[in-house]
Design a protein around this ligand. Structure first.
Ligand SMILES: [Zn+2]
Length: 261
């Protein structure tokens, strides 16, 4: 199977190249791409091509999706799996993009058996073994270096869901300590909750305090966009995330042009 996978991968990369100008234009807003080494950037590009080939990205609500918009989504989704492999996103294919925040049209049965509709407005959603849904208005803001990135957020949920619901406990690699992960994340989650409830300004988006699952998704956004913040505020969480994503983004130098922004 390994041989077939490699052959398939090479065939896709050969048949769907991305020219340098397009790549530059699409990736220039993203600080996490600017910080990559050349070899990492080349691998990110390969992953993005494979991602676009494997996934079906469709527009809803009257939005028109260009090739570059799709590539932008792919690049952001693939930064999470740069050292993990495209296989982590297997088992589902659909990404739906709305023009702006959306109210999903679905019904669910509450514990009493009554059918309810969810009227919450979302910037993004990730379904267990199902689609990722995104608001383009929010995706388009992803270039701001504010630790907020809806694509990274939803795809962190997808990784979390590889062993069931998004509960902040994704499948860890061999050699990682489940107890340590749980202790470190619990402590940080409760610390952030306490600080948010006390009305403190927090460097991490307070939305992280909604649940342990949201904490993992939000802290993943910060980890890739402004890793130094996570490393300073919750160093042990940073360490666990570095082991999980197999990346140490804070160690990558920030290019001069980004320091001046
Ligand atoms: Zn979420």
């Amino acid at each position: 199977m390994f041989g077939f996978r490699q052959w398939r991968r090479r065939r896709i990369l050969r048949n769907f190249p991305i020219d340098d100008a397009t790549w530059q234009r699409v990736t220039s807003p993203f600080v996490f791409v600017a910080r990559l080494h050349d070899d990492e950037r080349a691998r990110l590009k390969e992953l993005a091509i494979l991602f676009l080939h494997d996934k079906q990205i469709s527009a809803a609500g009257g939005l028109e999706l260009s090739v570059e918009m799709k590539l932008g989504i792919a690049v952001q989704a693939c930064i999470l799996i740069l050292e993990l492999g495209i296989e982590r996103y297997e088992g589902w294919v659909e990404i739906i993009v709305y023009p702006a925040e959306f109210v999903p049209r679905h019904e669910f049965r509450n514990p009493d058996g009554l059918v309810e509709t969810d009227q919450t407005v979302y910037a993004g959603q990730a379904w267990l073994r199902g689609p990722v849904i995104l608001s383009w208005a929010n995706v388009a803001h992803a270039g701001d270096v504010d630790g907020m990135n809806v694509v990274i957020h939803e795809f962190a949920h997808k990784l979390d869901m590889l062993n069931g619901t998004a509960n902040g406990f994704p499948p860890l690699h061999a050699g990682m300590n489940r107890r340590l992960w749980s202790d470190v994340f619990n402590a940080a989650y409760h610390d952030l909750r306490r600080r948010v409830r006390a009305g403190e300004h927090t460097e991490i988006d307070p939305y992280a305090t909604e649940s342990p699952g949201e904490f993992f998704a939000v802290i993943s956004e910060t980890f890739f966009e402004i890793p130094d913040i996570v490393k300073t505020v919750y160093p042990q969480v940073y360490q666990q995330l570095a082991l999980f994503y197999r990346q140490d983004p804070a160690s990558r130098p920030l290019p001069r042009e980004w320091r001046l922004r």
